[in-house]
Design a protein around this ligand. Structure first.
Ligand code: SF4
Length: 395
């Protein structure tokens, strides 16, 4: 068994309630959260609309709109996407390994309400798979619940790549845009969302709209899970009210001064000292000041290019081109800067999934925020080593 990932809470503990003692088995879960109420489809839709619940997988799509996109009947499956393939993120793994019943409550409660006969759970961490399988044996949900292990590639976590794996296919997006609510599992209507979304649904069903809205922003109430990593004294997963100031989180985690990455390798950089309210972020990584920012970004660029599913030209050639641009820039060759600007304008909006767009966003914001470091490299180097603060494995 791996060491327990540290958890902490700013404000109300909801998703992380009781987890400081370890994993919640069925009994401990019921003791902590109480029984899951059985709600109708209309009740779920009303609750999600009332609190403005958004998916927690990165795209922040409103859950009420996703529910409204499903047909009245014939829904095949509810899919829990636990293929947390972003290297920095740990929040979904934490829920699956420590609060599996909360995730299962959210998924099975919604499956019953939608009349969906299958609950399919895609995970890529063996410990998470084991935990969720153990939890299923402790319950009697009167549904076909299956756990499938997915490969750890970055794009394997994309919704349509997950559906492909569940159907026995390769872990890549299909190369065409289809909505799972219309053509999901075996081309039948499917509700698919991220692990944390289902845990939030389980909490929402218990608390109701008013109770759920006792914390967070008026425009988006509730709590959120943040993976806090990098140059911090207390890394781990933190539950905070939605809209918590970034500075509060950095102080709480004991972060070193320096730039901060929000949202992981499809996210964006903030310069040292910038503050903002955190909403839909998921990841806060403090870079510190000891490492070479450009070298760190170059390593991630190589990794992002290696994660392309290799089926869309602008993604395959665009990301490879950007790696070459950043390599030259790192060596102090100004042509790398000009070519990167050109490629960053060409890559977005031309792939079959969000990988090229997200990668371009990450790299473009790096060039903006690390402008001084870029100048130092063009003038002969910044004098710092690349310490590998940014992880590049699908751990
Ligand atoms: S855009 Fe890239 S990662 Fe996405 S499907 Fe196309 S080749 Fe694969």
């Amino acid at each position: 068994m791996k060491t327990l990932l540290p958890t902490s809470v700013i404000g109300d503990a909801r998703l992380l309630a009781g987890l400081d003692q370890g994993r919640l088995d069925r009994q401990a879960h019921l003791w902590t959260h109480g029984a899951q109420p059985q709600l109708t489809r209309a009740a779920y839709a009303e609750l999600c609309e009332a609190v403005g619940l958004k998916g927690r997988g990165g795209a922040a799509f409103p859950v009420a709109r996703k529910l409204a996109g499903l047909p009245a009947r014939g829904i095949e499956a509810v899919v829990v996407n636990g293929s947390e393939s972003e290297p920095i993120s740990r929040k979904d793994r934490l829920l699956l390994t420590r609060a599996p019943h909360l995730v299962l409550d959210g998924a099975t409660g919604l499956a019953h309400a939608l009349g969906a006969p299958h609950v399919l759970i895609a995970v890529h961490d063996p410990e998470a798979a084991l935990s969720i399988r153990e939890a299923i044996l402790e319950r009697d949900d009167q549904l076909a619940i299956e756990v499938t292990e997915t490969p750890g590639r970055f794009v394997a976590g994309e919704a349509r790549a997950v559906l492909s794996v569940l159907e026995g296919g390769p872990a890549v997006p299909p190369g065409r845009k289809v909505l799972p609510t219309q053509q999901g599992y075996h081309r039948r209507p499917t509700f698919l969302s991220n692990v944390e979304t289902f845990a939030q649904l389980a909490v929402l069903a218990r608390l109701g709209a008013r109770g759920f809205s006792s914390t967070g922003l008026a425009s988006e109430p509730g709590t959120q899970l943040l993976t806090v990593a990098g140059a911090v004294q207390r890394p781990g997963v933190i539950e905070t009210p939605i809209g918590v100031p970034l500075n509060t989180v950095l102080q709480f985690a004991g972060a070193d001064a320096g730039p901060v990455l929000l949202g992981g390798y499809h996210g964006r950089w903030l310069p040292q000292g910038a503050n903002q309210l955190l909403q839909g972020t998921g990841i806060v990584l403090a870079l510190g000041t000891e490492t070479c920012p450009l070298g760190e970004v170059y390593r991630v660029a190589q990794w992002l290019a290696s994660q392309s599913a290799g089926q869309c030209g602008p993604c395959v050639f665009g990301l490879a081109g950007l790696v070459d641009d950043f390599a030259r820039l790192f060596r102090g060759d100004a042509s790398g800067w000009y070519d990167a600007q050109r490629h960053l304008g060409l890559v977005p909006g031309r792939g079959a999934c969000a990988h090229p767009d997200g990668s371009a966003r990450f790299l473009a914001s790096a060039l903006e925020v690390f402008d001084d470091d870029v100048r130092s490299h063009l003038a002969g180097g910044c004098g710092r080593q690349v310490l590998g603060v940014l992880e590049v494995t699908n751990g």
